[in-house]
Write a protein that binds this ligand. Structure first.
Ligand code: 13P
Length: 251
């Protein structure tokens, strides 16, 4: 049985003061949702404060990115050990915004995933097709290439720890959600690729989140699909009530 995982990707939102208000709201309303792993991914600047604020709760902390190298002359970058030290258990890697605006290739994402795992972090590796890919019938080709490239060379053991997030780029921040059937189809396809790369146990055990305009109103149906194990939430994670309602959609 795969445990659902719902993560809030706050992107470049929330000062420390705003982050603490949001965490407070989430903590007040989150009761015994122990059947779901709940992860908050604030910007780097709020990691320490949010990490402190969630101590003693079941909420986990995640970063939105990291560099693949352990240290060195990489101005503006942050290494795995640095986010680990602030209490992060997770790190989002290869988000489509990183791929699009910061030119992250599958090769870079792969290096980062290996560095994250070596540092004891759980990578949430994002994949997803552009609208043109979908319209051109290339969804499986694109997603398959991303999965194979981003996860190349991982041991089965490391893969079992890793989380995949399927986020169709056309559904991110657009209000256009993939239908549950559309999302399910790609999730099942990702498991097929994992079976080819690893084995059936890995394919059936890895958690695959859906992301892209998830809201309280559509979360339950999306998360109810057989191969969808929770979600990676952007806009709707910036407000306590809507995030909690989405978490409950995974129960
Ligand atoms: P939205 O939920 O705002 O569409 O963003 C999804 C996302 O990119 C999460 O990583």
């Amino acid at each position: 049985m795969r445990k659902p995982i719902v993560a809030g990707n706050w992107k470049m939102n929330k000062t420390v003061a705003d982050a603490l208000k949001l965490v407070d709201g989430i903590k007040q309303q989150l009761k015994d949702e122990s059947k779901v792993d709940v992860v908050l991914c604030p910007p780097f600047t709020a990691l320490a404060a949010v990490g402190e604020a969630i101590k003693g709760t079941k909420i986990d902390l995640g970063a939105q990115n990291m560099h693949a190298e352990k240290s060195g002359a990489f101005t503006g970058e942050v290494a795995a050990d640095m986010i680990r030290e602030l209490g992060c258990h997770y790190v989002i890697l290869g988000h489509s915004e990183r791929r699009q605006y910061f030119k992250e290739s599958d090769e870079i994402v792969n290096k980062k995933a290996k560095a994250a795992l070596a540092a004891g972090l759980i990578p949430i590796v994002c994949v997803g097709e552009l609208l043109a890919d979908r319209e051109g019938g290339k969804t499986e080709a694109v997603v398959g290439t991303q999965v194979r490239g981003s996860l190349a060379g991982l041991s089965a053991n490391d893969m079992l720890k890793t989380v995949i997030a399927y986020e169709p780029v056309w559904a991110i921040g657009t209000g256009k959600t993939a239908s549950p059937a559309q999302a399910q189809e790609v999730h099942a396809f990702i498991r097929k690729v994992l079976k080819e790369m690893f084995d059936e146990t890995v394919a059936q055990s890895v958690r695959i989140q859906y992301g892209g305009s998830v809201k309280a109103s559509n979360a339950k149906e999306l998360f109810g699909q057989p191969d969808i194990d929770g979600g990676l939430i952007g806009g709707a994670a910036l407000e306590a009530q809507s995030f909690i309602d989405i978490v409950r959609g995974a129960l």
